[in-house]
Design a protein around this ligand. Structure first.
Ligand SMILES: [Zn+2]
Ligand SMILES: [Zn+2]
Length: 244
């Protein structure tokens, strides 16, 4: 593995993940998902009636689809960026980020089927935790009386739900026998498909980082986006480098 990070073997991954007891992590993951789900539902319940108010119906219709698609695309980009950072920088022994972020991705490279052995709470807990403040920020939006407010509310709801679903989508892309609904979503190309994700594992884990829908992978890979960014970071003066 290139970049600033280093590769790890299965023993490293297990050791790094073991720094937080399985039981404690299970509790934190479940609490994070439950808090995220309840705040997401509350935010939706707060926004929905105003979105459907008479004077707004046209605005809502105009804003709905682009906002939902934009949120879904940005989730693909953010999740891809975090995946790239975890694969190429830091170390499984890095405090906090190591066991929470780096070790799971490195473990996944060593044993790609391991993601299917973790339940929804375990694979989605971290993303739920970081998405909670974003959902809470939606309550601070001004009343949805303008196109911008409507757009932002729908964008935020789409973004956060896609982020929380990302690792589950990633897991389903590796599943040998996914549920029928998932197979249909794969056929429609609406979530990460095994084909769209395969090149991440058949290469040196240096492309196809986006694992929500994977829609951005062809564009970002063609532009060598993460490769160029990585080179720019590595060539920057040490005092300005933020990751070592
Ligand atoms: Zn994978
Ligand atoms: Zn990876």
């Amino acid at each position: 593995m290139g970049g600033v990070g280093r590769s790890m073997n299965a023993a490293d991954a297990t050791r790094a993940r073991g720094t937080m007891s399985r039981r404690s992590k299970g509790i934190v993951d479940r609490l994070s998902v439950l808090l995220f789900a309840s705040s997401w539902v509350a935010a939706f319940a707060d926004v929905a009636p105003r979105l459907l108010a008479d004077p707004l119906r046209i605005t809502t219709l105009l804003a709905a689809l682009p906002a939902l698609v934009a949120g879904y695309l940005v989730a693909d980009f953010l999740a891809g960026s975090v995946h790239w950072l975890a694969d190429r920088f830091f170390d499984p022994a890095t405090p906090i980020l190591g066991p929470m972020l780096v070790a799971p991705f490195r473990e996944h490279h060593v044993d790609s089927m391991s993601i299917g052995r973790h339940d929804f709470f375990e694979v989605s807990g971290n993303n739920a935790l970081v998405s909670i403040p974003v959902v809470l920020a939606l309550f601070a939006l001004p009343p949805a009386t303008a196109f911008g407010s409507v757009f932002l509310a729908l964008f935020g709801l789409s973004l956060t739900s896609a982020l929380v679903a990302t690792n589950q989508f990633h897991g389903w892309a590796h599943a040998v026998d996914p549920p029928r609904l998932v197979r249909r979503l794969h056929r429609l190309g609406l979530i990460l498909t095994p084909e769209r994700h395969a090149s991440h594992h058949t290469s040196a884990h240096d492309r196809a980082y986006c694992v929500t829908s994977g829609w951005l992978n062809p564009l970002l890979d063609r532009l060598h986006f993460f490769e160029r960014l990585e080179r720019a970071i590595e060539q920057s003066p040490p005092r300005r480098r933020r990751m070592t």
